[in-house]
Design a protein around this ligand. Structure first.
Ligand code: AMP
Length: 280
């Protein structure tokens, strides 16, 4: 496994691989890696000859400055996990390397309403920063295949839309959410939970799961209100708990109104914001 700090060196190495007819897989991350990230690397390694993982805590996607400062950084442990998972190259650039003055501009894409709902309402500018960095990283790594997690459902929906809009040949594979035994979705932010908060945190998954049992019994709005109340009673401060069309991410009136229905939530425990979702 090689470690790259500079765009040029990584590009040279990837170009050599491509010239040799190798298939390139790419997994963008912000580090503090856990089994959720590693599952993406393993999938990429199974489906490609050469796997690039980026570790870059992207400042432009943090709408909350203290969240950026507190974001966990565990580079040595990350490298050991990537090596064990079969990663070929790790890209650990500086901010200046990712955002030089002459970087290709982020394409102007009509994201329709995808950015204006769910996370977009509560994290202004977050998706603009996320699209900017993913586009830049893809422009650097030029992979055949891109791997992202269902955990960030809206994120992968936005990138899927972008790839289609710019007629990219990169194939996006969304991998299912990896969870702790008690259902809590693995997240780098979980390491910041206190013991008491960690004990409450699985309520998110339990509440998402209960929605499936209520289909047909209650209206969508009533289910959303019920779920918000369940989480609030446990001590969460809920940003949203929404049942949406899995493609447009817009609210739906009934479960029959969309081919794919997704239930998504974001809620705070103290100052730690957790997100999760289920495809119903
Ligand atoms: P992050 O480092 O949080 O930006 O995440 C990097 C990638 O890992 C994103 O595509 C995430 O959706 C994905 N990811 C994060 N947590 C999980 C998880 N628990 N299961 C599957 N994928 C995940």
């Amino acid at each position: 496994m090689q470690i790259f700090k500079y765009v040029k060196k990584l590009q040279e190495r990837v170009a050599e691989q491509r010239k040799a007819g190798k298939q390139i897989g790419f997994v963008p991350t912000m580090g503090a890696l856990h089994q959720g990230h590693i599952a993406l690397i393993e999938r990429a390694a199974a489906e490609n000859d050469y796997v690039v993982c980026s570790i870059f805590v992207n400042p432009t996607q943090f709408n909350d400055a203290s969240d950026l400062v507190k974001y966990p950084r565990t580079i040595n442990a990350d490298l050991a996990k990537l090596y064990a998972a079969g990663c070929s190259a790790v890209f650990v650039p500086t901010v200046a390397e990712i955002y030089p003055k002459n970087a290709a501009p982020t394409p102007v894409v009509d994201f329709e309403q995808l950015m204006e709902v769910l996370e977009g309402v509560h994290r202004p500018g977050h998706f603009d920063g996320m699209v900017q960095v993913v586009h830049r990283l893809l422009d650097i790594a030029r992979p055949d295949n891109l791997y992202m997690g269902q955990k960030d459902y809206q994120q992968q929906a936005i990138i899927r839309h972008m790839l289609k809009a710019i007629a990219s040949e990169i194939k996006l594979t969304t991998c299912k959410t990896v969870r702790e035994n008690d259902g809590l979705a693995m997240s780098s932010r979980n390491t910041r939970l206190t013991e008491a908060q960690r004990a409450i945190a699985p309520t998110i998954h339990a509440t998402l799961t209960s929605v499936a049992e209520k289909i047909g019994e209650q209206s969508i709005q009533d289910i959303e209100a019920w779920a918000t109340e369940q989480l609030t009673k446990k001590g969460f401060v809920v940003d949203y708990f929404s049942i949406v069309d899995g493609e447009s991410l817009q609210s739906i009136e009934s479960f029959e109104a969309a081919d794919t229905v997704v239930v998504a939530t974001a809620a705070y425990l103290g100052d730690i914001r957790l997100i999760d979702n289920l495809i119903l």
